[in-house]
Design a protein around this ligand. Sequence first.
Ligand code: HEM
Length: 512
Amino acid sequence: MSCFVFAGAAVAMLLGFLYVVKNRRGKSKLPPSPAWWLPLLGHLHLIGRLPHRSLHELHLRYGGGGGLVLLQLGRRRTLVVSTAAAAADLFKNHDLAFSSRPHNAAAHKQTYGSRNVSFSPYGEHWRQAKRIVVVHLLSARRVEAFAPVRAAEAAALVSRARRAAEAWEAIELRELVYGYTNAVVTRAATGAAGTTAKRLRQLLAHTATLVAGFQADDVLPDAAARVFRRLTGLEKKIDDMNEEWDRFLSEIVAEHKQKTSRPDQGLGGDILDVLLQLRQEKGAKGFELTDDGIKAITKDMIAAATETTAVTLEWAMVELARNPRVMAKLQDEIACVAGDTEQVAIAEPELNRMVYLRAVIKEVFRLHPPVPLLLPRESMAAAAVQGGRYEIPAKTALLVNAWAIGRDPAAWAAPEEFRPERFLAVAASSQAVDFRGTDYQLLPFGTGRRICPAINFAQPVLELALASLLRHFDWELPGGMRPEDLDMVEAPGLSAPPRVPLVLVPKCKALA
Ligand code: HEM
């Protein structure tokens, strides 16, 4: 009997507590929030395996028109942005306040103590490291200097597809495009391909399985999360993986040190060469580029680059297979611009004339941003957003749902339709929508101070691969499959490839 009394009292106290919290929230100027939440988990139980889809549903249900929902996700108070208008207000007026990243003990460890760019909190280290990336590693001249690497790897991509075509075999597109982006990125970052690329690929895959989804760190305080990781064996797995990464990076840094002891590599060098030269020349003013710092930045570039570009290419091929009209129109444009040439490769300047290709890539980014929730941010100061309608306390995490923003009916006509022409209609006007962070309805690379620094690097990698695959081959669905049978749902993880890997049959096209 006393058990029942105790349980009854506990339930009454819990309900009372939730009621008080709910009422207190009702009177505050916080954005709308689902009413009921659980101790410890907060609203985490409302988030499924695909957080961008769950958050979109919560926005539709509770958002109340302002495009903002406030959630308690484990220990983190989290603001979720789901419309273009809410993103515009936030980033035009409060970008600085929201420019840090939430602390995550596991990510801190993996990045040599947050010495990289992506996970570094806002501050002097982040500012200096990002300046090095923008000015020295991914400048327009350096990206241009990687053109021979892109051309060679695009030719290898075509050769691999041709082998499948000649054998009348179906091909898994993920394998094909991941091999290409992995090779381009590895060669640009470390100068090496072949076995290095293969080892790197294993490391990246292993990392992805250990860091995907919500982690113990998101729910529990640091010390408790560490105990949880130890008890479940996760801590050891992460330590082993970090050691493996470190061994790999240390080996290539050592090889490069020998190389850079020789005079200047000029623009012929790779990203590691540039970092080592900067250290020698003290080009990174007031910023100590230690070995760990160099390894952290190199790892950051490789990890940020490979999967994002591969996922975009796979979704592009999914959408083209689902929309044969668009595929045919794009092939016509490519044939028309690249023309009848003895040369197998497409010259990069020709890509500038492929306006439909650019529209297709924008449309892919709109519906399938490869990092659907961008990278989480955290506010450093309180912010009164939407003209003071809501007050967001300091230390609130921020998730920008780029996947939902791409489907915002206030920003896009017929948002669920794959229609690249929407970008052509205004292509000539000053209102042409682009993905460079100033058009808040299309944010695959983020925006503001934390925007991805590699748009100029990623764009030709994507365009060249897609144009090459469509120039040389017709692509058919295997064995009686119809376009409407394609699965359009994402796999869970930080980046979101199709849940079902795309398989197509390439057929060699005769060049015009
Ligand atoms: C299709 C390709 C890519 C997409 C869609 C993409 C997307 C993103 C996104 C969404 C962010 C977070 C932005 C924010 O917090 O607002 C980001 C950050 C970053 N990306 Fe990319 N990225 C791509 C390719 C690359 C490549 C090729 C590199 C390096 C070579 C790279 C390096 C970085 C770095 C260093 C950051 C951290 C920036 C910071 O925290 O200040 N990304 N990227």
